[in-house]
Design a protein around this ligand. Structure first.
Ligand SMILES: Nc1ncnc2c1ncn2[C@@H]1O[C@H](COP(=O)(O)OP(=O)(O)OP(=O)(O)O)[C@@H](O)[C@H]1O
Ligand code: SF4
Ligand SMILES: [Mg+2]
Length: 382
């Protein structure tokens, strides 16, 4: 993502407005398409993405660089420049409201209040001339309308919640007086200080060293358990996903290519791209590994393959894959879905050759079970 972040204006009236989801669904993104109109043409950064998250649920959004993870989150937060961005279609239902068509002032109330976002580099998100206490306090007062005294008490409580020692003294420090790990804790404290219903964390640990990464992840999990905020975690890192979230959505070239429980997707992948991601991990280690080792390159957004977008890199591709556009279909007997022709009737033999078991959802022949940490089993609720 480049460029200044600004608000997206309201979508034309009457374009949206189908039925809201059931009350237990906190977030329901429906067929979202976000395009960028640039000099060389149109980048379909998000191209028909649908994601659902229950209240208090946790979901990981993974995929290689430029597959549309951040643009998905920034679109739902209405934090992109329009133009060059265009929300070509789709709806984002959050807590019973459709966000794409929401007036700006109502969207502002939701942002930072009901939905909070933590970015990769906390230093750029913090104001260098205000103490961290002043920044968190200001946010609390704007969103919760409480007195100065109560806001300050909430600041201290939020800093303590994220494990910052001597919180009262730390609150009086400036961002540059803190380490990267401490600043990320401050960002999480700030995000959680208004008790959001949804926390979006976009690569929250990428800039940190491995030990601090582990601490921040533990913190995210602990705070989530205590506050019951839902968590949408955006990452390259399958180890982080295995340890932190219940469900996973895998994106490739602007589209979802696989989704399911964390255990199913990481231990029994049903899309060749997910298989490739898992195979490319060094055995026995996942965290801190960026997803860059699959053979071939992500297609240019200006020149997408006509059939399956993964076909040029797929070791199981055959002629149909270069002409037929795959839909997201059921790919296992327990709720997994994959965008791959192997899961269509008539392709059973090829599917068995690729995934090793009839019916799909079996252990992929090329995926190493080793890299996925044992903690994954904790998330199995299939
Ligand atoms: N402001 C913009 N103008 C033009 N194209 C953009 C803009 N922002 C994003 N894109 C393009 O949209 C696509 C998706 O980008 P996005 O930032 O969502 O990727 P990502 O999956 O978050 O990648 P990373 O893992 O590197 O953060 C990319 O091709 C990117 O170049
Ligand atoms: S549709 Fe074909 S090319 Fe695409 S992922 Fe499936 S097997 Fe590979
Ligand atoms: Mg990103």
């Amino acid at each position: 993502m480049t460029g200044e972040i600004r608000e997206i204006p309201v979508a034309p009236a009457g374009q949206r407005g189908s039925e809201p989801p059931a009350a237990e669904v906190l977030l329901d993104i429906r067929d979202l398409r976000t395009y960028f109109h640039v000099m060389d043409g149109t980048v379909r950064a998000v191209d028909g993405v649908s994601i659902s998250l229950p209240r208090g649920g946790t979901l990981g959004l993974v995929g290689e660089s430029a597959c549309g993870k951040s643009v998905t989150a920034l679109t739902m937060m209405r934090l992109l420049d329009i133009p060059p961005a265009e929300i070509a279609s789709g709806e984002v239902w959050f807590d019973g409201q459709e966000l794409v068509s929401l007036p700006d002032d109502e969207m502002r109330k939701i942002r930072g209040n009901d939905i909070a976002m933590v970015f990769q580099e906390p230093l750029t998100s913090l104001n260098p001339v205000l103490t961290i206490g002043e920044q968190i306090s200001e946010q609390i007062r704007v969103h919760l309308g409480v007195s100065k005294k109560e806001a300050w008490e909430r600041v201290i409580a939020a800093l303590e919640l994220v494990g910052i020692p001597s919180a009262a003294q730390r609150a009086k420090q400036y961002p540059h007086e803190m380490s990267g790990g401490m600043r990320q804790r401050v960002m999480i404290a700030m995000a959680l200080s208004c008790e959001p219903k949804l926390l979006i964390a976009d690569e929250p640990t990428t800039a940190l060293d491995v030990t601090i990464q582990a601490q921040i992840l533990e913190l995210l999990k602990a705070v989530r358990d205590r506050t019951n905020s839902a968590l949408l975690l955006i990452t390259h890192d399958l180890g982080v996903v295995a340890e932190t979230v219940d469900r996973v959505v895998v994106m490739y070239a602007g589209q979802i290519v696989e989704e399911g429980t964390t255990t199913d997707v990481l231990l029994r992948p049903t899309h060749p791209y997910t298989v490739g991601l898992l195979s490319s991990l060094p055995s026995g280690r996942t965290r801190g590994t960026r997803l860059s080792a699959i053979k071939g390159v992500v297609p240019s957004p200006f020149n997408l393959p006509p059939g399956c977008r993964f076909a040029p890199r797929c070791r199981f591709a055959w002629d149909d894959c270069r002409t037929d556009v795959p839909e997201l279909v059921s790919s296992s007997t327990h709720g997994q879905r994959a965008r791959c022709l192997l899961h269509l009737p008539g392709n059973e033999a090829r599917r068995e050759a690729a995934f090793g078991s009839p019916g799909g959802g079996g252990q992929a022949v090329t995926a190493e079970p080793g890299p996925v940490p044992a903690t994954t089993a904790e998330h199995d609720h299939a």
